[in-house]
Design a protein around this ligand. Sequence first.
Ligand SMILES: *[C@@H]1O[C@H](CO)[C@@H](O)[C@H](O)[C@H]1NC(C)=O
Ligand SMILES: *[C@@H]1O[C@H](CO)[C@@H](O)[C@H](O)[C@H]1NC(C)=O
Ligand SMILES: *[C@@H]1O[C@H](CO)[C@@H](O)[C@H](O)[C@H]1NC(C)=O
Ligand SMILES: *[C@@H]1O[C@H](CO)[C@@H](O)[C@H](O)[C@H]1NC(C)=O
Length: 298
Amino acid sequence: MLRGRLLMSFISMKRKYQTFIAVWSVFFSAAALAFFLLFASRKFAVTRPLIDRLPGFDECSRPNDTKVSRIPRDLAIALLHFATTAQIPQQTKEEINVTLQILQQRRPCNFLVVGMWHDSLLWAVLNHGGRTVFLDESQEWIDRMREKHPQLETYKVDYHTTLGQADGLLEIARNRRSTDCSPNQPIERSSCPLSLSPVLPRGLLTVEWDVILIDGPRSYKNLSFPGRMSPIFSAAVMARTRTAPGHVDVLLHDISRSVERQYGEEFLCLSNLVSSVNDLWHFRIGRSNSSTFCPSSS
Ligand SMILES: *[C@@H]1O[C@H](CO)[C@@H](O)[C@H](O)[C@H]1NC(C)=O
Ligand SMILES: *[C@@H]1O[C@H](CO)[C@@H](O)[C@H](O)[C@H]1NC(C)=O
Ligand SMILES: *[C@@H]1O[C@H](CO)[C@@H](O)[C@H](O)[C@H]1NC(C)=O
Ligand SMILES: *[C@@H]1O[C@H](CO)[C@@H](O)[C@H](O)[C@H]1NC(C)=O
């Protein structure tokens, strides 16, 4: 009898013990599996080729060095494009190098490019990993670029200005500097006739752009072309009302044209000029609450 009871209690203890072991072994296996998956996925992330192999392609027989990454897919595609195109970019090698140096230091950036040309793909790739947004006023040109480079983020802009209004608009901006054309009025709330706010999607107005390249819209020969007054004014306001840390690099092309030069001096300021290379000005503009765009104007 006693032996029987002792046996029973021994069996029930053993059962409890087995249940305990079973619960913990399940727990440990799950933990080990989770750890393995985490490790495997990390390992996978490191060794995963950036240009994904299609089924049927084996790895080459060269020794593996996982620290050396393959060139990114977008860069490989851009190299192929530029190696086989006869189209000459809008800017000279020295001019392109200015933006290259900035992006090499700051990338990945929020990079706003006004105007699309044969060099658009280059800008996007130099800002690898960042966001590069292109604005253009010609639907025909945008369609062509979208077909050629569908990976680019592009927006059509219907500018409210024409080159013929450049002098009048400058006068208006000067007169309204303490009201609706103030340098301190965030661009999305600005009602200045030079503001891009009515013509850009709202989402683009509130992005903290780190680098802004103004190489458009068309601003030569024809007085009914939109001119670059509005992008220049807006870039100046965006830089000065920036809330993110750091400055904004603004690049202005075609400064040999009088409107570009005049608006650049008025709103981007020669005191912010970092370099002048061929037909390109590079300004570095920090956040400021001064009520004037440039120190000299009062
Ligand atoms: C390269 O490394 C991967 C992951 O470590 C491995 O699966 C593959 O077999 C290696 N290839 C060669 C050729 O050693
Ligand atoms: C680009 O600019 C950097 C820095 O100013 C300079 O060292 C380099 O030689 C330039 N490269 C070309 C191709 O102009
Ligand atoms: C100027 O551009 C407008 C609209 O793009 C066009 O209708 C006009 O013919 C052009 N004028 C000249 C002189 O090229
Ligand atoms: C600008 O900001 C500083 C400190 O944030 C303040 O002391 C100064 O009064 C402001 N100036 C203007 C013109 O609002």
